[in-house]
Design a protein around this ligand. Structure first.
Ligand code: FMN
Length: 202
């Protein structure tokens, strides 16, 4: 069972989004049935160097795709994403969406012929993962309103990549109402732990 954890948090252990992911991971590991062999990979995006698609880096990508060179080393992370059985992502809510390091990662793994394909009817997903779980915290409160473009964007991408189930575990309003922060985080941490406990049942 290949579980891919993408850490898009910037503030290390101070990150509340990462704290949600940690609560989930501890519970997930503690409840893993012996029969499941876990192959866990964590990508710490803040320590990695995904480049934006521009100039010769973009041109090379287009040329490789035209040649059908999907095995090229630069597409390693796209293949890794496509082959994961289950995917986790932790990232804070920044500027109504996700931080640029997450966007750079997506730009580098979103590849025709690896993570999605195209035919006469449009796009179809090529990823193997059955689910994608997103951990995030937001300073303000957005609910399902139109200003929330983080979880909404990621859920749309899951559709494009063919990942059927998207789940978001989130704490909202943790900066807007400091007196409420502990209570809000406590509730989200409990939700994350519970999701970890039941992860293997899905
Ligand atoms: C660069 C930056 C941009 C942010 N943008 C928003 C925003 O658009 N809306 C909002 O409600 N909070 C925003 N925040 C607040 C964060 O969402 C909030 O502090 C969150 O809990 C940070 O997550 P972390 O503890 O995992 O780093 C922003 C914070 C930073 C540092």
């Amino acid at each position: 069972m290949k579980v891919l954890m993408i850490n898009g948090c910037i503030r290390g252990t101070k990150s509340r989004s990462w704290q949600l992911a940690q609560a989930f991971l501890s519970a997930m590991e503690a409840h893993k049935p012996e029969s499941i062999r876990l192959n866990y990979t964590r990508l710490d995006l803040a320590d990695m160097d995904f480049k934006p698609l521009k100039g010769s880096f973009f041109e090379e990508r287009q040329r490789l795709l035209e040649e059908g060179s999907r095995e090229h080393p630069r597409f390693f992370y796209a293949r890794q994403f496509a082959q994961a059985d289950r995917i986790l992502l932790a990232a804070p809510f920044w500027d109504l969406s996700v931080p640029a390091i997450v966007k750079l990662y997506i730009e580098n793994i979103s590849l025709d012929g690896i993570t999605f394909g195209c035919n006469d009817e449009g796009m179809y997903g090529m990823c193997r993962a059955k689910d994608f779980t997103f951990f995030t915290t937001r300073g303000g409160v957005y609910g399902n309103g139109p200003l929330e473009q983080g979880a909404r964007y990621l859920e749309a991408l899951c559709g494009m990549f063919g990942i059927p189930e998207f789940r978001c575990i989130c704490a909202e309003g943790i900066d807007a109402r400091p007196e409420e922060t502990d209570r809000i985080m406590g509730k989200a941490l409990a939700e994350a732990r519970e999701a970890g406990e039941h992860y293997w049942e899905a």
